[in-house]
Write a protein that binds this ligand. Structure first.
Ligand SMILES: [Zn+2]
Length: 291
């Protein structure tokens, strides 16, 4: 188990290597039914939320460009209607690299305004990965600031900006009638959630956004996380607990005036994440927020 966790952590923190090493030919897109006419697609990169119906198709995120044909094929198995809207949960490439393909195919891309601004130019992520700027066709044509609502396929779909957390342009997508939410990377099922401090993200912001999200859902809500398996409110609260505990440990180290390496010696993520370079890098970035 520890090896598995270490492997997952290594992947998470070496997004650049992950992308370079990706052999997209071998990636299979797996369709999971969530509820009613809502599905999510698993491939490589963030989970893709899908709602199908008489109005057409709205998807949340679009993974990597080389996978677009496979993603479209998986959607065609659900409906013959085209993708009308692509909602980006945030600007990161493992959620938006397919934007140009879907934009070219005629979909309207939607995102929080800060996410569009990030995509207008190249960005260096806190992981060190350099994300390229997208061509106009891949940029969101529709943006929002705090919230917006779609009425699509008999489903009120509310897209909410919960404040900066993972980045400064994170959206959560609520399928109100079906009681399903796609959280983007504000909530993920790998060990320590990547926080993009270079682009407005912070541990405090993640915790605040998690609180707001928890207050908006109930025990029956089905959560499609940014990465990983379907979850519920309890899973979200456990995740919040982990972040709060680690933050407490970091703040205590700060109050004791520990140097970064002394902080690492206290093992602030003990019980949550395997020791190793990935965890250390995560803790150092988070610790830097409290200096
Ligand atoms: Zn992300």
């Amino acid at each position: 188990m520890k090896n598995l966790l270490a492997a997952i952590m290594a992947c998470t923190f070496c997004l650049t290597l992950q992308l370079q090493a990706q052999d997209f030919d071998n990636i299979e897109i797996v369709t999971h039914h969530v509820k009613d006419n809502i599905y999510y697609l698993e491939g490589s990169g963030g989970n893709i939320g899908v709602i199908v119906g008489d109005d057409g198709v709205l998807i949340v995120d679009d993974q990597f460009g080389p996978l677009t044909n496979k993603i479209e094929a998986a959607i065609t198995d659900l409906t013959k209607l085209p993708v009308t809207f692509v909602v980006n949960s945030h600007f990161h490439y493992d959620h938006t690299d397919g934007n140009e393909n879907f934009g070219r195919a005629g979909a309207f891309i939607v995102a929080q305004d800060n996410a569009r601004r990030r995509m207008e130019s190249a960005q260096v992520l806190a992981s060190g990965y350099s994300q390229r700027r997208y061509d106009e066709v891949g940029l969101p044509k529709i943006t929002f600031f705090d919230a917006m609502r779609f009425y699509f396929n008999d489903e009120p779909i509310e897209i909410v900006y919960n404040g900066p957390g993972h980045t400064d342009g994170d959206a959560q997508i609520f399928f109100l009638e079906s009681n399903v939410v796609h959280t983007g990377d504000m909530f993920v099922r790998y060990v320590l959630p990547f926080i993009d401090q270079n682009n407005g993200g912070s541990l405090d912001g993640m915790i605040e956004a998690t609180d707001r999200l928890a207050s908006k859902i109930n025990d029956e809500t089905i959560i499609i996380p940014g990465h990983g398996q379907l979850s519920n409110r309890d899973d979200l609260l456990n995740y919040r607990e982990m972040l709060v505990t680690i933050r407490g440990n970091l703040v205590r180290a700060k109050v004791e005036n520990l140097s970064p390496s002394e902080m690492l010696d206290t093992d602030p993520a003990d019980g949550f994440a395997p020791t190793g370079d990935g965890t250390d890098a995560w803790l150092l970035r988070a610790y830097d927020e409290y200096r």
